[in-house]
Design a protein around this ligand. Sequence first.
Ligand SMILES: [Zn+2]
Length: 215
Amino acid sequence: MARSDPPPLNALAVVAATGEVLDLPGLHEGLLAPWERRRLDRIRVPGRRDDVLAARLLVRWCVARFTGLPPEESGPEQYCGGCRRYGHGRPYLSRLPGLGVSLSHADGLVAAAVGPGPVGIDVEPEGRRPGPLPVLRRLVPEAEAELREAAAAPDPDAALLRLWVRGEARFKAGGQEGLRLLEWTDRDRAAVAAVAGTGPVTVMACGDPASARPA
Ligand SMILES: [Zn+2]
């Protein structure tokens, strides 16, 4: 590496329980953009509303830590290439187009990631059954051998769920060749998570006293 090159920045990833995020000082619903609040208002199941809110707050916390921007300026936009509309689809940071950002939520769990390039994160409860095998096969077409191995494992659901989470993370990062995958189990939160990105990843703990303030 040439002396003038900046040090490579690790992507940041964090997994948390929804309640932990909603309890963090400095993070509150008022940080959401009007379009995000409208989307939130349409969710009728209170637990799911909390998960979506917490995921959108956690991604701000993560971006704030990574960039030094305040959480008020760290919210992602979303754009769907399929229907060419804003407000859903892949998240991105309009102020920092070079950075990748991703979020995930599932039944009381949330996760977020930000990195110097495409990044994708997925979290699932450890005990959740994986999606149906044909869907999983489409999600991880390159992992046919691993799929067969997982399906024959002593606990096939757990093995298939880990493949599922990795496949989702890869897909959310764009699915291109050369993505690096990190998968882990968060025992305290009974969560399985994976992050895909172009380089190394630092997994942060949620709820450290620095809260929403940039590091
Ligand atoms: Zn769409």
